[in-house]
Design a protein around this ligand. Structure first.
Ligand SMILES: Cc1cc2nc3c(=O)[nH]c(=O)nc-3n(C[C@H](O)[C@H](O)[C@H](O)COP(=O)(O)O)c2cc1C
Length: 173
């Protein structure tokens, strides 16, 4: 069935190559707003969205990954990072957080931007160096970083192919 919203959703891909151009704060905040309106278990809204807009703070995160991640720079050159975090011990933090992140990937796509889930930040921000950065962002120490949404302008010429899905993904019973 043809529908512009379904089309938007099914054409989103993870982007791993970005230009130097910064995303205007208005667009970043629109993405965060989309995250804010994600569903949450029992409407408790236990997660927070941390928009890291300050360039030197973004660099701190990048340098942390360069220094401590086995895979090195995990941000693929993106200049904007949005962290989603919630209480580590709450059973719904991951589920609520994932809904927020997906809303933001879709909003970014709708705004013509590339985005990708980055998973390393919970581990990185739990190291002695990372904990200082986490504190400076105002993220409570007992919060888990569910994931990060990196956002930017996809580099021209880079193919952003939609990955094939398993043929038996959907079961109709
Ligand atoms: C929970 C989760 C963690 C992910 N972590 C990373 C990551 O750390 N780095 C990365 O480049 N992509 C990460 N991804 C993106 C996946 O690799 C990507 O969604 C998958 O390959 C399918 O590609 P698509 O998003 O283009 O459809 C993650 C995705 C999810 C859902």
């Amino acid at each position: 069935m043809e529908n512009k919203y379904v089309k938007l959703i099914t054409s989103r891909v993870s982007c791993r190559t970005y230009t130097e151009k910064r995303v205007p704060i208005k667009k970043v905040l629109a993405i965060a707003e989309a995250g804010k309106y994600a569903p949450s278990a029992r409407n408790r809204q236990i997660c927070n969205i941390y928009v890291i807009k300050n360039a030197s703070k973004v660099e701190k995160l990048r340098n942390l990954s360069i220094e401590l991640s086995p895979r090195g720079d995990c941000m693929y050159g993106a200049k904007t990072v949005i962290l989603v975090a919630g209480p580590r011990e709450d059973a719904f933090t991951d589920k609520d957080g994932a809904c927020i992140l997906e809303n933001m990937f879709l909003a970014a796509h709708g705004l013509g931007l590339g985005s990708c889930w980055i998973n390393q930040f919970d581990d990185l921000l739990n190291t002695p160096k990372g904990l200082k950065i986490k504190k400076s962002f105002g993220i409570p120490e007992d919060f888990k970083v569910v994931g990060a949404c990196i956002v930017g302008y996809a580099k021209e010429g880079v193919s952003l192919n939609i990955k094939e899905r398993k043929v038996d993904f959907i079961k109709v019973i």
